[in-house]
Design a protein around this ligand. Structure first.
Ligand SMILES: Cc1cc2nc3c(=O)[nH]c(=O)nc-3n(C[C@H](O)[C@H](O)[C@H](O)COP(=O)(O)OP(=O)(O)OC[C@H]3O[C@@H](n4cnc5c(N)ncnc54)[C@H](O)[C@@H]3O)c2cc1C
Length: 288
């Protein structure tokens, strides 16, 4: 299996900036995310605080990012990374389609998921809480599950789960859902709590209703860094980094909104640049 110099998790301004610099410095890397790059940037109606571009829309900026990446021959690997395992001298990355990748270093550029973690989500991860339909779906054949999803294009994963489970409580976080099925029950109320002793036993909705379930899936286009990597030091919901964007884990760097406020494109781009340079220095010191 090819071992890349770098894996960049996230295709927003921070990840793109890291990728441009890694490409210029001749490092082999994969950039994981979406072809549309960043939903946050796309949603920005007007951007007027980015130097050199007096005024633009998020959509125009994404188009400019895409054309610059095309010229620099940088492609996005359209997969969501669900877990990163520290193998001491390299990292093993698991994607949502069950593919495994290896990289010597990692830059976390995941952005910030605005949804606060639900009580029980982190505690029961891997014991009924899952972020990956392909990896864990088969465990719930004929069972009752809840599914939370934040993106219409990702609903194919929800349909896949509905094809396996006996019953699905579906909680879409966006408009325009296209999921249908006799065993799918749409719920309007959000999940307030996930309960269970050894593994997930039930969910409690915002209106207080408790529903027995065997598991709950979060099908989202982003996975929070603390869930991705064991042992990552966080502070106030952000990845703890120094001025070189190094985290507490050797070979792991972070950039952009996930490292803290202000949540701004210029900050994300600057940090992605610093992180890529720190990766180059790190690899040079390792002699690789
Ligand atoms: C409505 C709105 C208006 C805004 N206006 C402005 C403005 O005018 N000026 C300004 O400077 N900023 C503005 N911002 C903020 C700006 O968009 C963010 O600061 C910026 O996008 C952060 O970049 P990022 O790269 O850190 O993260 P993001 O842009 O959030 O990108 C992260 C990417 O990583 C992907 N990802 C996450 N986890 C994984 C994973 N596990 N595997 C694969 N991919 C993953 C996500 O899907 C996403 O595509 C605005 C934001 C919003 C929502």
């Amino acid at each position: 299996m090819e071992r890349y110099d770098l894996a960049i998790i996230g295709s927003g301004p921070a990840g793109i900036s890291a990728a441009l610099n890694a490409q210029i410095r001749g490092k082999s890397f994969l950039l994981f995310g979406r072809k549309a790059l960043s939903e946050k940037v796309l949603k920005s109606e007007r951007i007027s605080n980015y130097p050199g571009i007096p005024e633009t829309s998020g959509e125009q900026l994404v188009q400019q990012f895409q054309s610059q990446m095309e010229k620099m021959q940088i492609a996005v690997t359209e997969e969501t990374i669900t877990s990163i395992y520290n193998m001491e001298d390299y990292f093993s990355l698991l994607a949502d389609n069950n593919k495994i990748y290896e990289a010597k270093t990692v830059i976390l550029a995941t952005g910030m998921d605005n949804a606060a973690p639900i009580s029980g989500e982190a505690e029961l991860l891997g014991r009924g809480v899952s972020y990956c339909a392909t990896c864990d779906g088969n465990l719930y054949r004929g069972k009752t599950i809840a599914v939370v999803c934040n993106s219409v294009p990702l609903e194919q994963e929800v349909n896949f789960l509905a094809g396996l489970a006996a019953k699905v409580y579906y909680l879409p976080l966006m408009k325009g859902s296209r999921v249908a099925g006799e065993n799918v029950e749409f719920l309007k109320s959000g999940v307030r709590e996930i309960r269970g002793e050894k593994r997930v036993e039930s969910i409690v909705l915002a209106d207080g209703t408790e529903l027995p379930v065997d598991g709950i899936f979060f099908i989202k286009n982003a996975v929070p860094p603390a869930v991705l990597m064991n042992g990552l030091q966080m502070q106030d919901g952000h990845v703890n980094v120094d001025r070189q964007m190094c985290t507490n884990l050797k070979g792991v760097f972070a950039a952009g909104d996930c490292t803290g406020r202000p949540y701004q494109i210029a900050k994300a781009v600057g940090e992605g640049n610093v992180a890529a340079h720190a990766v180059v220095t790190y690899l040079d010191h390792q002699g690789v």
